[in-house]
Design a protein around this ligand. Structure first.
Ligand code: NAP
Length: 501
């Protein structure tokens, strides 16, 4: 079992000892507690002993970080050494010492390990991801200086940085259990799937719900245990995920992970912030053991050339929202199309001969337009960029409609909003005013976060029936899940999970 080490964010031992969340953390056998002594304004040995007794020394990681590596700077080097030795005598499970400190103080490791504590040797770079060779050298140096666990925490500014981190994690010659954390959102996966490495550290770091975290991108401990099943993960588990930019708003990780749990499937589903889709698909995902991906804004079209095969549907739409790793290659499909058409059909019945306005001409709009036409409907495309509107309209045998003409349209069954306007966090925006809506049309907003968009609220006020993006979201997710796992869950289960997560 890989445990979760929850970092104390407090400014004093007193605050830590009074924090009820940490009492709860201490009662969970899957957790450890990191005492960040350098951040406390009362870094005294008797209080350290008291905290170790309170939580159990065998459950504690004691850190007294050097100010050059993110430490609080409240203790001198001599005091740090005394505090570590106090922790060792009291039986702390792990003591974290920086590589730079051990290089300067060669006998420290042996002194701290003499009482049975294990030594974490850490290295931090809060600005860059150093070259792979430099990180590997740091791991080897740390091992040579007595590390039981090596911890590298570097900052990843882009996907290419996380590829360097992966080089280190995939190095089979690492001498001791190692964690390499890529701080920042691009590297968040390094915190979520760490148990899958061949020689993983016995724990990963998380923050308390009430804390901001001691490093950027740190997940909340309960989320790591419940959503990502951190303590259950094995190297054999497949990795799934969603690629996009932005990605923090995506509800796919919550929904898919809940479905994996509900379906008793091994696997973990991770949000990937991706700036460069080809670096990710070619140099990160395969080595990370990714077996399937949801693809969201803005990558639905840029991922197409990276697929060795496309399903006929994805081919004709020209946009992919699902990729599956088969025979060492990516196969692209589109589950948005059926998801949207099924949701529309549930509201409107048979789509044959029905006229649908599609707002937007990107990946989602293309999927909706193709699906409506495939089911016998007629499509009118309205988009900010008229050239793209024309291309889409031609592709589906429909026509373009200008924004000014929308209110005058007659006999429109539905208007499908397929632009990101109104999506979290810009929830106060609407792509259209109420006066611009075609009369009598069902207003279907594909944006699912927030659940009721500004456009939907305006439409309801004006007497239109509305359909929320979640109706499409759960359907496209259910179809992806089947492709990822080879199993399926009934739609009502997906709807229930969507309401719960
Ligand atoms: P995309 O490929 O980047 O296309 C975005 C489209 O929106 C483009 O046509 C773009 O117009 C238009 N657009 C962007 N900003 C605009 C603005 N400020 N004003 C007017 N038009 C604007 O994105 P996508 O993948 O199609 O996704 C679009 C939306 O669909 C997202 O918000 C996503 O949440 C939603 N979606 C929902 C589901 C679901 O399951 N519910 C599934 C897929 C997508 P130009 O051509 O003029 O640039």
């Amino acid at each position: 079992m890989t445990r979760v080490c929850v970092a104390s964010h407090h400014t004093s031992f007193a605050a830590l000892l009074a924090d009820e969340e940490f009492t709860r953390i201490a009662s969970d056998a899957r957790c450890l507690i990191e005492l960040r002594v350098d951040r406390y304004n009362d870094p005294r040995e008797e209080l350290l002993q008291q905290a170790l007794q309170r939580f159990g020394p065998e459950r504690c990681v004691v850190t007294c970080r050097h100010s050059a590596e993110g430490g609080g700077g409240s203790v001198s080097d001599t005091e740090r050494a005394s505090l570590w030795e106090c922790a060792a005598r009291a039986g702390a499970a792990f003591i974290d010492v920086e590589l730079r400190t051990l290089r300067a103080e060669k006998t420290l490791a042996a002194r701290l390990k003499a009482h049975g504590s294990k030594l974490i040797v850490s290295y931090h770079d809060f600005v860059h991801t150093p070259p792979t060779g430099q990180m590997t050298d740091a791991c080897c140096d740390a091992a040579a200086l007595g590390a039981d666990v090596v911890k590298l925490a570097v900052f990843a500014k882009r996907v290419a940085d996380t590829a360097k981190v992966l080089d280190v994690l995939c190095d089979a010659s690492l001498p001791v259990p190692t964690m390499v954390i890529a701080m920042g959102e691009h590297g968040q996966w390094t915190r979520l799937v760490a148990p899958r490495w061949n020689n993983p550290a016995p724990f990963g770091f998380a923050r308390a719900a009430s804390a901001e975290g001691t490093a950027p991108g740190q997940p909340v401990w309960e989320e790591l245990l419940k959503r990502y099943r951190y303590a259950e993960q094995t190297p054999q588990w497949p990795v799934f995920g969603v690629i996009g930019s932005p990605i923090a708003h995506s509800r796919s990780p919550a929904l898919h992970n809940a479905a994996l749990v509900r379906g008793a499937q091994p696997g973990v589903y991770v949000p990937f912030l991706v700036d460069d889709v080809s670096v990710f698909m070619e140099h990160v995902a395969p080595r990370l053991g990714v077996k399937g991906l949801s693809v969201t804004l803005p990558h639905k079209e840029s991922v197409v050339p990276l697929c060795a095969h496309l399903t006929p549907l994805a081919q004709s739409i020209g946009a992919v929202n699902t990729v599956v790793r088969t025979d060492d290659a990516w196969v692209g499909d589109n589950t948005d199309a059926a998801g949207a058409a099924d949701a529309l059909q549930e509201m409107l019945g048979d789509l044959t001969g029905r006229r649908v306005v599609v707002l937007g001409a990107g990946g989602a709009a293309k999927a909706v337009a193709h699906a409506v036409v495939a089911r016998g409907g007629e499509v009118l495309v309205c988009n900010r960029n008229n050239t793209r509107a024309l291309e889409l309209a031609r592709g589906v045998g429909g026509r373009v409609v200008q924004r000014e003409a929308l209110p005058g349209l007659q006999d429109i069954a539905a208007l499908v909003q397929a632009t990101p306007v109104g999506m979290h966090p810009r929830v106060y925006e609407s792509p259209l005013t109420a006066a611009e809506l075609p009369s009598g049309a069902l207003i279907f907003d594909t944006v699912y976060n927030p659940p009721v968009t500004k456009l939907m609220a305006l439409a309801r006020e004006a007497g239109h029936a509305t359909l929320a993006g979640s109706a499409m979201f759960v359907r496209q997710a259910a179809a992806q899940f089947t492709q990822f796992t080879g199993t399926s869950l009934p739609l009502d289960v997906w709807q229930r999970l969507d309401g719960e997560v």
